[in-house]
Write a protein that binds this ligand. Structure first.
Ligand SMILES: Nc1nc2c(c(=O)[nH]1)N[C@@H](CN(C=O)c1ccc(C(=O)N[C@@H](CCC(=O)O)C(=O)O)cc1)CN2
Length: 286
């Protein structure tokens, strides 16, 4: 039987509509409009599309955006000065530094300079540490979206065998922690994992964030499993595909998220959610 589709695009739209209502209430009650500083350095075409989509989503939700598009020649010192400025700006409740940054800029230095109180992407080590403790303030947008997608199915996470494929700081590790805090039994797999297909087949929930087109094939998936595909890969023909070989896997899985239209739109919705929550805290509401 074909898997049920987890429609991230539709879920993200519902969440964005709820955020838009909450923004109206926040402005009415406290006179505070959530504000996001969006910082994009360089000419990466995909990054330009993502930032434009984030800006459009903020506009639709009534979130103010301070847009900063900087040339690829921007120095690390110039970028640090801009972050210092938005850290201190009371109109700004969330800061987004679009990744990847140009090679001459040290991403870690930049991300560490974002105020942990405005870290809407959840990438600052303070917020990662809070997540490890199980007491997060800002959670990274992509893994937070993954959890919302799993929860939207009504399937309980508690007690499930979850496998996270990929160990990046911005997706794999936080996704594993979020599943662990919801009492899943979690395994993280990576390039050195022995017999990866066998480990993946143990998963009742399989989160794939490995960055390789169609890497997960049907033989790696347990019958009836929930498969969440975090990948965004472009084929030679320019088509966007995930890390999961969708058609054959969807015939074996119980639930599957598509690419496009799965985790990507949820990442954007969670950025808005984090910015709104930050503005609520600044207004003394959370
Ligand atoms: N500062 C950040 N940088 C990056 C992040 C992030 O969360 N914060 N994540 C990715 C890029 N990203 C968001 O910035 C992102 C990627 C993909 C999508 C998306 O909606 N994808 C569509 C398909 C897109 C297409 O057709 O080209 C989909 O899956 O439906 C949204 C956001 C790296 N950088």
């Amino acid at each position: 039987m074909a898997a049920q589709i987890i429609d991230g695009k539709a879920l993200a739209q519902q969440i964005r509509e709820r955020i838009a209502k909450d923004v109206v209430d926040l402005v009415a009650q406290k006179g505070v409009r959530p504000g996001l500083a969006a910082i994009l350095v360089g000419d990466d075409p995909a990054s330009h599309i993502y930032v434009r989509n984030k800006q459009k989503a903020c506009d639709a939700a009534g979130i103010y955006v301070d847009e900063n598009k900087l040339p690829a020649s921007t120095t690390q010192a110039e970028l640090l000065r801009l972050i210092e400025k938005v850290n201190a700006d009371p109109k700004i409740h969330g800061i987004l530094v679009q990744l990847p940054l140009p090679k001459h800029i040290d991403s870690k230095v930049i991300l560490d300079s974002v105020s942990p109180l405005k870290d809407a992407d959840g990438f600052h080590p303070y917020n990662f540490g809070r997540l490890v403790e199980g007491n997060p303030i800002f959670e990274a947008c992509t893994p937070k979206g993954v959890i919302k997608m799993i929860e939207s199915t009504g399937v309980t996470i508690e007690g499930k065998r979850a496998v996270v494929l990929g160990r990046s700081n911005i997706v794999g590790k936080p996704a594993a922690l979020m599943l662990l805090h919801r009492h899943a039994t979690v395994t993280i797999c990576h390039s050195k994992t022995k017999d990866l297909p066998a480990v993946c087949r143990e998963a009742e929930i399989l989160v794939v964030a490995i960055g390789k087109a169609k890497f997960v094939t049907a033989d790696m998936v347990r019958e009836g499993a929930m498969v969440i595909d975090v990948g965004t890969n472009r084929t030679a023909e320019g088509k966007v595909v995930g890390d999961v070989d969708y058609e054959p896997v969807s015939r074996k899985a119980g639930w599957i998220s598509p690419v496009p239209g799965g985790v990507g739109p949820m990442t954007i919705a969670m950025l808005l959610d984090n910015t709104l929550e930050s503005a609520k805290r600044a207004a003394g509401l959370a």
